[in-house]
Design a protein around this ligand. Structure first.
Ligand code: C5P
Length: 224
């Protein structure tokens, strides 16, 4: 029997740098695939909003999640044929995402979708529950965090680079509320897996974080 396709999970709160770090780790490992699971929750939130059903109906939201008409094309994200690349990156989209993410029905509907992302040579999965729920057998689980202040600053810079205006004070408050909702929900709350390597990236460069993860990866992954 062939060896299972390896998975590295990188979980943590918003603004911890997971997205950037995960895609760099995937690249450094020689073109591993990268799963941005947050995008699926952001897309579901947007689709629920567009359907006009409100955020009180988990069954309908789960139906929407299971039937998302999404395409990832040339760096763009299309929802029902419409370019939503920027629309899913706003803080409002993040808030909607965390509302649908608190619904166990939605999480269940997105589970298969996420597991199908496992393809050779390997997958780096970025999210909140990658190590605890979606890929509990991953050989390397990372939990990336940083101080709330630093995360708000990073988010501000990231949004600015995308041409999205924001206010750092409001951003810090939104991040705080979103993290609180993510940590305290009953379905797959944001917590490090028991066997996770916890990295506090406050004051660390992206390169240093990536290096630390690669070192850990080389210890657990089969050579070759
Ligand atoms: O990572 P990102 O900021 O794009 O995630 C948006 C929201 O989606 C998070 O605040 C969280 O509520 C939800 N999410 C989740 N589980 C994941 C990924 C994201 O609950 N695996």
């Amino acid at each position: 029997m062939s060896d299972p396709v390896p998975v590295i999970t990188i979980d943590g709160p918003s603004g911890s740098g997971k997205g950037t770090v995960s895609s760099r780790v995937a690249e450094a490992l020689g073109g591993w695939h990268f799963l941005d699971s947050g995008a699926l929750y952001r897309l579901t939130g947007l689709a629920v909003e567009k359907a006009g059903i409100g955020f009180e109906d988990p069954q309908k939201a789960a139906e929407i999640a299971a039937n998302l008409d999404v395409r990832f094309e040339q760096g763009k994200v299309l929802l029902g044929g419409e370019d939503v690349t920027l629309a899913i990156r706003t803080e409002q989209a993040g808030n909607r995402a965390s509302k649908v993410a608190a619904m166990p029905e939605v999480r269940a509907a997105l589970l298969d979708w996420q597991r199908q992302a496992v393809r050779p040579p390997g997958l780096v999965a970025d999210g909140r529950d990658m190590g605890t729920t979606v890929f509990p057998d991953a050989p390397l689980k990372v939990f990336l965090t940083a101080s709330a202040e630093e995360r708000a600053k990073r988010r501000y810079k990231q949004l600015k680079e995308k041409g999205i205006a924001s206010n750092i004070g409001e951003l810090a408050e939104e991040i705080r509320q979103r993290d609180e909702r993510d940590r305290n929900r009953s379905a797959s709350p944001l917590v490090p897996a028991a066997d996770a390597l916890v990295i506090d990236s406050t004051g660390m460069t992206i390169e240093a974080v990536v290096e630390k993860i690669l070192q850990a990866a080389h210890k657990v992954l089969p050579a070759g």
